[in-house]
Design a protein around this ligand. Structure first.
Ligand SMILES: [Zn+2]
Length: 239
């Protein structure tokens, strides 16, 4: 058994035994870490408060057979401001849920970790842009290698008459290539999604409220199709 240092962002936690807590983190170099914080549910725990979801922490781990035990925690960033706003908490919950679904244990996940860190940083500093979650989902799709194409037909490559969207084909389709089950997208939505996909979190173009909700709807279902699971926290954002 050995002691090692690591860092990560807390994705979630749940009770374990009478007084312990399982804490799941995403680490840049070791993927998902499933750890146990012993005794934290007793009063006056040394570090229970630092292990809330979204917190970026440095940890000292005592390696166990199944679970590593957290012996020390220090906060790198608590993202304290985002916790004061329900809409930001919901957005952060969706980000965390996506990362939790994508990242595996013992698998480096630097890009996913950095994406989450950037997402939380933006939520900590400003009101969420209406297209922030769409942007996050598209960047996550890119990292796992399923980025949908919005500027050319996923089947023939042409760049005009893109009105359909197919989860299975991996993006927009022209009218000639449309397949059964390919959704019709409203006029302008494909180019709207393309501009969101091309932007960074802090350089998102001015949003169009009607387009934003459709863009998130399509992107969410696309992600759910690839993850083969529903994004529960996004169902709350969506209403
Ligand atoms: Zn085509």
């Amino acid at each position: 058994m050995a002691i090692r240092n690591d860092q990560g962002i807390v994705l979630r936690g749940y009770p374990f035994g009478e007084s312990h807590r399982i804490v799941v983190l995403v680490s840049p170099n070791h993927g998902k870490l499933r750890t146990v914080a012993r005794g934290v549910r007793k009063t006056k725990s040394r570090f229970g408060g630092r292990l809330e979801p979204f917190t970026h922490v440095d940890v000292v781990l005592y390696e166990g057979k199944n679970l590593d035990t957290i012996t020390q925690v220090s906060t790198i960033n608590a993202f304290g401001e985002l916790r004061n706003h329900l809409d930001r908490i919901l957005a952060a919950s969706t980000m965390v849920e996506v990362v939790d679904a994508v990242v595996q244990e013992e698998e480096p996940s630097m890009r996913m970790f950095l994406l989450l860190q950037r997402g939380l940083t933006v939520l900590d500093h400003q009101e969420p842009h209406p297209d922030l979650l769409t942007s996050f989902l598209l960047k996550a799709a890119d990292i796992i290698g399923v980025a949908p194409s919005f500027d050319s037909c996923a089947s023939c490559g042409r760049s005009d008459r893109l009105r359909r969207f197919s989860f299975a084909a991996g993006g927009s389709l022209c009218e000639s290539c449309r397949t059964q089950g390919a959704y019709v997208l409203r006029d302008g939505l494909v180019s709207y999604l393309a501009s969101v996909a091309a932007a960074d979190f802090t350089t998102l173009p001015d949003s169009d409220p009607g387009m934003s909700s459709d863009a998130l709807g399509v992107t969410r279902r696309f992600m759910e199709y690839h993850l083969e699971r529903q994004l529960k926290s996004l169902a709350m954002v969506d209403g």
